[in-house]
Design a binder for this molecule. Structure first.
Ligand SMILES: *[C@@H]1O[C@H](CO)[C@@H](O)[C@H](O)[C@H]1NC(C)=O
Ligand SMILES: *[C@@H]1O[C@H](CO)[C@@H](O)[C@H](O)[C@H]1NC(C)=O
Ligand SMILES: *[C@@H]1O[C@H](CO)[C@@H](O)[C@H](O)[C@H]1NC(C)=O
Ligand SMILES: *[C@@H]1O[C@H](CO)[C@@H](O)[C@H](O)[C@H]1NC(C)=O
Ligand SMILES: *[C@@H]1O[C@H](CO)[C@@H](O)[C@H](O)[C@H]1NC(C)=O
Ligand SMILES: *[C@@H]1O[C@H](CO)[C@@H](O)[C@H](O)[C@H]1NC(C)=O
Ligand SMILES: *[C@@H]1O[C@H](CO)[C@@H](O)[C@H](O)[C@H]1NC(C)=O
Ligand SMILES: *[C@@H]1O[C@H](CO)[C@@H](O)[C@H](O)[C@H]1NC(C)=O
Ligand SMILES: *[C@@H]1O[C@H](CO)[C@@H](O)[C@H](O)[C@H]1NC(C)=O
Length: 419
């Protein structure tokens, strides 16, 4: 097959690919069947022998991976790899390392000589990562997208995205950071707050100031650490779906002036207060998604309902419904009038019965106490008399002593008698 074939018609291209595939397969077969010394000689000799017919391969492909130089993609998917392959081809732009058993991503896990200067999308989803060390993504100057989803990240270094040298935190080139479903059980993370750990990594050294997309869905987040968003001034898309956020009262979005989409579906929000409403309203381009939160339709929701009727910020606002109290369940927020939103002291039925029960018990105790008093009335009378007598005796004694002390003629006597 002459070299001119590669520039020929489509059929020639296809044949060239087939030939390459055969070569790769041969390489695999030889390396897996022969001894290590034999395979090293074969890998050296095969390209040399093929060079006469084909242009030389510019980069090798790590053994368990599939490489496509045309698409600049390397896929090492579902291979149970325990570490990042050392011999990644330098042309790689998109790298899939999903479904492996990486466990720990050490400092400089992708640092190569020469560096992987083209690598711009790195997918490490579902690779059982529990630890990402400081500077794990160092020396990847073009890395724009990083997906670490579906890894039980118990130990995410604060400098994971900035650099191993904390004193010179380099700005990260990351634009899209996807951290969905990276939460671990409380036991695994040894009392460290998950929110705090993630916040530290997002904040370190202002490294992520170029970030435009942050996904943190399905992480059981209970709160949003206060200062995190302030460090991500360029954020366009923030996804906090399917967490456990209860309130946004102390979260400040004001500076996220570029924010375009803000996903808060499937959280535990009960109400948004005036301050939050004003912050959201002040963002020029934002669309907020609030579906599937347990809105509590009482007087505290009145401000939010009034705002909802006016605002264009909330997407599909007609879908928002009340979850509590019982009598308001499934009512559409937009259709509520201020007269519907009262804070009457009606307690839920379970609480009512428990209060009734408590009242009955208290009344019984009181009745028994009174009965005991009544039955013992004679004894008590006697007891009262005794006490009164004792008091009187005591008071008289005291009076007497006072008189003795007060009488200057008797002071010497009393002090002598004390001795
Ligand atoms: C990965 O490991 C699992 C369990 O140990 C095994 O069932 C599976 O075949 C392995 N996959 C590969 C590609 O080796
Ligand atoms: C990363 O890979 C996973 C598994 O194949 C896939 O579901 C996910 O969409 C990928 N992430 C990106 C950003 O493409
Ligand atoms: C997290 O990693 C650091 C550095 O590797 C280590 O010192 C620390 O003990 C780890 N913490 C946990 C909870 O595993
Ligand atoms: C970190 O960077 C500073 C300043 O460039 C340098 O002095 C220091 O030696 C570096 N530390 C490490 C551990 O590389
Ligand atoms: C974790 O918390 C438990 C109690 O909440 C405590 O007994 C234990 O010592 C803590 N462990 C660490 C490593 O701080
Ligand atoms: C929501 O998050 C939980 C816990 O992280 C997860 O198990 C569940 O699959 C998620 N649901 C959706 C619809 O993503
Ligand atoms: C918001 O931006 C203003 C000016 O741009 C700055 O002074 C202020 O500190 C920022 N607020 C936060 C919480 O970062
Ligand atoms: C919230 O704002 C509205 C309109 O600006 C105002 O009428 C209302 O009193 C405020 N509510 C609270 C609790 O401050
Ligand atoms: C709310 O008030 C408007 C007019 O004030 C009325 O037409 C509407 O029926 C009321 N809605 C409810 C649910 O009471």
């Amino acid at each position: 097959m002459p070299g001119g074939c590669s520039r020929g018609p489509a059929a020639g291209d296809g044949r060239l690919r087939l030939a390459r595939l055969a070569l790769v397969l041969l390489g695999w077969v030889s390396s897996s069947s022969l001894t290590s010394s034999a395979s090293s000689t074969s890998s050296a000799s095969f390209p040399a022998s093929a060079a006469s017919a084909l242009p030389p391969l510019p980069g090798r492909c790590p053994q368990p991976c599939e490489c496509s130089e045309a698409a600049r993609t390397v896929k090492c998917v579902g291979r149970n790899l325990t570490e990042v392959p050392a011999d990644l081809p330098p042309y790689v732009r998109t790298l899939f390392l999903t479904g492996n058993q990486l466990a720990v991503l050490p400092t400089g896990a992708f640092a190569r000589r020469p560096p992987l200067a083209e690598l711009s999308a790195l997918n490490l989803s579902g690779s059982r990562l529990t630890e990402v060390q400081a500077g794990a993504f160092e020396h990847l100057p073009s890395l724009r997208l990083l997906d670490l989803s579906h890894n039980p990240l118990a130990n995410l270094s604060a400098f994971a995205f900035s650099g191993s040298n904390a004193s010179v935190a380099a700005p990260s080139p990351l634009v899209d950071l996807i951290l969905n479903h990276i939460v671990t059980s409380a036991a695994q993370r040894q009392n460290r707050s998950f929110e705090g750990m993630v916040a530290a990594a997002l904040r370190a050294g202002h490294a992520l100031r170029g970030l435009r997309r942050l996904e943190l869905a399905s992480n059981h987040l209970l709160y949003l650490p206060l200062d995190v968003l302030a460090q991500l001034p360029d954020l366009r898309h923030l996804d906090l779906r399917n967490n456990s956020l209860v309130s946004l009262t102390y979260v400040f979005f004001r500076n996220l002036t570029h924010l375009e989409s803000f996903h808060l579906e499937d959280n535990a929000l009960k109400v948004l207060h005036n301050g939050t409403l004003a912050e959201l309203q002040s963002l020029p381009h934002v669309r907020v998604f609030l579906d599937d939160n347990p809105w509590v339709c009482d007087c505290h929701l009145a401000d939010m309902v009034a705002w909802l009727k006016e605002t264009e910020v909330v997407q599909d606002k007609a879908r928002l419904t009340c979850a509590f109290p019982e009598k308001m369940r499934h009512r559409v927020l937009l259709e509520l009038n201020s007269s519907d939103l009262d804070c009457d002291p009606d307690l839920p039925p379970s609480l009512q019965t428990s209060y009734v029960f408590l009242g009955i018990v208290l009344a019984l105790i009181g009745a028994i106490f009174l009965l005991v008093l009544y039955l013992n009335r004679k004894g008590i009378k006697k007891w009262m008399h005794n006490i009164r007598d004792a008091c009187r005796d005591h008071m008289e004694g005291y009076h007497y002593r006072y008189e003795i002390n007060a009488d200057p003629r008797l002071t010497n006597l009393s002090s002598n008698s004390d001795v």
